[in-house]
Design a protein around this ligand. Structure first.
Ligand code: PAN
Ligand code: ZN
Length: 183
C-alpha cells in the first residue's frame, strides 16, 4: 500500500483532497470476465490485488469540457499464459479520446476499434499514447515489476465496460516462448 501514491489536486490555487480524489482497487475476483483460462483463474485467490487506480476529478463526472486524470498501478503476474491486465472499456460517449503515458515498468496497451481490429503498443517509462475516440483500451503488465501509467480523459467520456465484458477483445495477448504475442 505504501507504494501507492495518492495525488493531491491543486485546483485554481486550492488544494483539494477527499471528494475530488478517489482510489479504487480491483482484485482478481473482479476480473472474472477478463481471462481465458478459467481453470487457472479458479485456483487464484479472489482477494489478490490486480490493480489500483488513483483518480482526480476537478469537476463533476459528465461535465463537458473538463478533464480527469488517473494513475494506474498494475501488478505483475499471469493467469495461465495471459498477463495481468485491466478490464478494458470503450468510453460511454464513444468518440471521446484519451492520453495514456508510461511511468514505470513494462506494458502493452491493447487497442480495438469498433470493427474489432486489434493492435498493441509497447508501454515503458516515458512512452506516450494517444487513444482516439471509438477505440477500446486495456493494458497488460508484461514485466516482472509493478507497471505504473497515467491517463487523462474528458470529464464527459464515461466508461462502458459492458461490451468488453461480454465480447472481449478480438485477440488476446499471451506469453509465447517468454515474449508477449497477440493471438
Ligand atoms: C483509465 C482506466 C484504468 C483502469 O483510467 O480506467 O487504467 O482500467 P479499467 O477502467 O479498464 O479497469 C482510463 O482508461 N480511463 O478512461
Ligand atoms: Zn478510458
Amino acid at each position: 500500500d505504501a507504494l501507492i501514491f495518492l495525488p493531491k489536486l491543486i485546483f485554481t490555487g486550492k488544494e483539494l483532497i477527499g471528494e475530488n480524489v478517489e482510489r479504487i482497487t480491483r482484485r482478481m475476483g473482479d476480473l472474472r470476465d477478463v481471462f481465458e483460462d478459467k481453470a487457472a483463474f479458479e485456483v487464484m485467490d479472489p482477494n489478490l490485488i490486480a490493480y489500483h487506480v488513483s483518480s482526480i476529478f476537478p469537476v463533476k463526472e459528465g461535465t463537458p469540457g473538463g478533464l480527469f486524470m488517473g494513475i494506474t498501478y498494475l501488478m505483475p503476474g499471469k493467469v495461465g499464459d495471459e498477463y495481468f491486465m485491466t478490464k478494458g472499456h470503450f468510453h460511454s460517449n464513444i468518440d471521446r479520446a484519451e492520453f495514456y503515458w508510461g511511468v514505470e515498468g513494462e506494458g502493452m496497451l491493447i487497442l480495438m476499434n469498433e470493427a474489432r481490429d486489434v493492435w498493441a503498443e509497447r508501454m515503458y517509462p516515458g512512452s506516450l499514447h494517444y487513444i482516439p475516440g471509438g477505440i477500446a483500451h486495456r493494458v497488460a503488465n508484461v514485466g516482472n515489476s509493478i507497471l505504473t501509467f497515467a491517463a487523462s480523459w474528458p470529464s464527459d467520456a464515461g466508461h462502458n465496460y459492458g461490451i468488453i465484458a461480454r465480447e472481449g477483445f478480438a485477440r488476446r495477448l499471451k506469453e509465447v516462448n517468454g515474449k508477449p504475442e497477440l493471438i
